[in-house]
Design a protein around this ligand. Sequence first.
Ligand SMILES: [Zn+2]
Length: 373
Amino acid sequence: MQRRKLLSVTGITLAGGAATAYRLSRRPSDDDPDSSRVDDSQNDAKPDVSGDEGGDERTDSDDRTNSDDDDEQPQRDDEKSPPSIEDSEGMVVFTYDDSHIKDYTLTYRVHQEYDVPGCIAACPGTMLEQDDFLDPEHLLEMHEDGWSVMSHTYRHRVLGRIRLTEPAPRGADRIYVEWNEHGAIEDDPLVVFDEDSRVSASAAGRGSDSRGDYVELAEPLRESIDESGYVRYPQEFMREVLEKTDETLESWGIDVTGFVYTYDRYHGAVEDVVRDRYETVGNHRYGGGHNELDGLDPTTIRRLYIETDKSTEREIDSFMATAAEEDVLSVVGAHSFFETFDEERLRYTIESAIENDLAIVTIDEALAELGFQ
Ligand SMILES: [Zn+2]
């Protein structure tokens, strides 16, 4: 039972959507703790397969040979239908971060062909301010077609803390940090803190020099913070950001189901703020993706990234086989606009799930089925 719809893709941008200094950058560290400066050693446990394309991953050329002749309509050799939850061996949830326009033009289109839903972790502010992202009507159309929408902050601010790289003395007007993302939006309130002290500050810009990345402060630092320190947003500001995110999505007619951390940065004060607000968190920690049903806590869900630099086809097949064999809720994640995620990988993953008799459901459907909603 395949639904096929004619999609019309509008290029309309809402009025008042002036671009800000912020860009949702495709820096290598985006949502990629392997190559970023995440202060969580367990994140390093996942082997980094990026840049190792000749490794044990089957080469793309093999796959291309198969798909060369289907320019018109990518075929499915096996027209196996996705099972209902009742007839399935388990459930798998597909999540896509950042609400990029390709979530609609690529990902939604392919999901529609298989008649299976997904979930979007949306940044409504970014959607309003940048052209390459979904318009509200795209997201609403997907939502009305059964997709779940999760909060991914208003405009993709990093809500987790970031470590200082050197002491920040009293009077300093810049702080050196592992990554200067907190300086991206001028006038953002900041907290610079170590074990003993906590100082309020305000962002005035960012940059990097021979000493590394820095955040420029609007006023000189009022107290010294030692090298073990971090910078983050004040919790009250985080709450405001999340409230604005949900309110904006809700004003478009969208129900918000839970949260996905930006840049997989989930440590520090943000964790309490998120836990207070959301009953579901899609990336409580990096990696994994098989969430045991026994004692499942929806605020600690983990997911497997299915981009080609994160998972091989073999790993995806193995993931889906385990998803069917064990009592788990399985969750995968991707970014539709990454170069490491394309139609072929998307189809492969969906088909692998179907081959393993897994029901592809939204996070809402999964949690309802499990008695959480
Ligand atoms: Zn993101």
